[in-house]
Design a protein. Sequence first.
Length: 132
Amino acid sequence: SVSLEPQNNQNNNAGAGSSVISFSIKSALSESDAGASPSFNFTNIKKDTPLKKKITIENKSAGSLYLESNISGDTLFIDYLTLDQRPWREFQKTIASAKETETEIGLIVPQSYAGSGLKTGVLTFWGIIASQ
């Protein structure tokens, strides 16, 4: 769950409280993992076999929220991770206030990939208040 106050809101003419950005990300975690940050373990990856996980992003802001993504970590994720069946770099989503949307995280390792061993990456969503 994320809640951020904008650092510079001099151009924000909206009413009080509407400049707070707040959203949460939920996944199908086991009950024992409740409250933990969503994480996925793509174990025993077979090349050319699509792996998919679903998350739900809930907008808790007073206004619409525009989201994009970033990946850091191993090049396996930077090069091959997808969001909603598109490269993560192309991910853009606007979510209305008090609404949620499902997003699919995907990974397909091509036959040409020569790496092996444990790989880690971090998927970051960042958001701004959407233009009216």
